[in-house]
Design a binder for this molecule. Structure first.
Ligand code: GRF
Length: 208
């Protein structure tokens, strides 16, 4: 399958997904990278690997980026099957959601529906988890709809919140699981192993 990854930051999830595509566990290719921050680590990584970088939303002329006036058209030209948001901080335009039904995913660093929605991003999520006294946290992968963090939950992983955790320590523990979970879910996607329960809940079918 042909994957588009969207990033705004360091791109460690992009890196693990791309590596899994190159090394074999994921039967897919990262064919295009979309970013709203041309200089971010994720965009730099993609450029270094020869992956085309698209700036969206386009804020100024960036010679190294492809035009993004019509993102749907651009992604269609790249024959993208699935869109993976990996630390992309902008809301996804509704035209894109309509053009790619059940094909856009996001990873969030808390156990949704807790600690999600506008305002919960980056370290803010982990600080709020620690302040709440919750004993467990972990990443959620969900389908993307027109709002922040409200689409159907597809997969989660649990990590402990330790008594003296700093937000940074918790973030690092969650991020390690993010890398594994996103690769597993992407592998499932590329093998058509997402199934829908009768009540509309999506599930990842394990490999037989
Ligand atoms: C991750 O914590 C992810 O859950 C959140 O943004 C962060 C991205 O990290 N949506 P990276 O850019 O993949 O390192």
């Amino acid at each position: 399958k042909r994957l588009a990854v969207f990033v705004s930051g360091g791109g460690s999830n992009l890196r693990s997904i791309h590596q899994a595509c190159v090394e074999g566990p994921v039967n897919g290719d990262v064919v295009v990278l979309v970013t709203n921050k041309h200089a971010c680590g994720g965009a730099q990584y993609a450029a270094g690997k020869g992956i085309p970088v698209i700036l969206f939303p386009k804020t100024k002329d960036e010679p190294d980026c492809l035009p993004s006036d019509d993102l749907v058209k651009v992604l269609r030209e790249f024959e993208v099957d699935f869109i993976l948001l990996a630390g992309y901080l902008k809301l996804i335009p509704v035209e894109l959601i309509r053009a790619y039904p059940r094909s856009i995913f996001n990873i969030h660093p808390s156990l949704l529906p807790a600690f999600g929605g506008k305002g919960y991003y980056g370290m803010k999520v982990h600080k709020a988890v620690i302040a709440s006294g919750a004993r467990y946290s972990g990443p959620t992968i969900h389908f993307v709809d027109e709002h922040y963090d409200t689409g159907r939950i597809l997969a989660q992983r649990v990590v402990p919140v330790l008594a003296n955790d700093t937000a940074e320590e918790l973030a690092a523990r969650v991020l390690r699981e993010e890398h594994k979970l996103y690769v597993e879910v992407t592998a499932a996607l590329c093998e058509d192993r997402i199934v829908w329960r009768q009540d509309g809940v999506p599930l990842v079918r394990s490999k037989d």
